[in-house]
Design a protein. Structure first.
Length: 157
């Protein structure tokens, strides 16, 4: 088994699941993509390896229940990203309203402010926050500069 997958194997087995070849392939596709993928995009990455679409759905549901992946719904489209062991458990998403690309905000100083805001909300409302979804919508640099991109929204996602 791939060294990268070892921590996930332990988590799955601890929760009564076998870490089958299909689960490994689906999870590896999510890990290696390092981006936000739809079920169909994940399926395209694994379908030649004897993994069916229903298997992808089933495994993503298990991964989400265990906190391995996070589901992000944008305009009726569901995307998945790695959550546990990703190194960025809380982060802000940027979504381009033209091409639908989702970008993770990776800025250490903003992450610190984001965590401070979470702590402030927890303290003021006596509420423990496990997860949060912040999606800022606008136009990415490419769509602002590229007239063809602005005229044709991306339907692949």
């Amino acid at each position: 088994m791939d060294k990268v997958l070892m921590p996930y194997n332990s988590l799955l087995e601890k929760n009564g699941y076998r870490f089958t070849t299909q689960k490994q392939l689906v999870l590896k596709a999510v890990i290696q993509s390092n981006t936000h993928l739809t079920v169909k995009q994940i399926y395209k990455l694994v379908h030649g390896k004897r993994v069916g679409l229903a298997t992808v759905y089933r495994n993503l549901k298990i991964f989400e229940e265990l906190g391995i992946v996070k589901e992000i719904n944008v305009d009726g489209v569901t995307y998945y990203e790695l959550k546990i062991f990703s190194g960025k458990p809380l982060h802000i998403h940027l979504k381009c309203s033209k091409c639908n690309h989702i970008i993770d905000m990776n800025d250490r100083s903003l992450d610190v402010e984001y965590l401070k805001l979470n702590r402030k909300v927890e303290a003021s409302k006596d509420f423990e926050i496990y997860d949060t979804n912040i999606m800022l919508e606008g136009l990415c640099k490419q769509c602002r500069e590229d007239k063809t991109c602005q005229d044709q929204p991306n339907t692949d996602m």
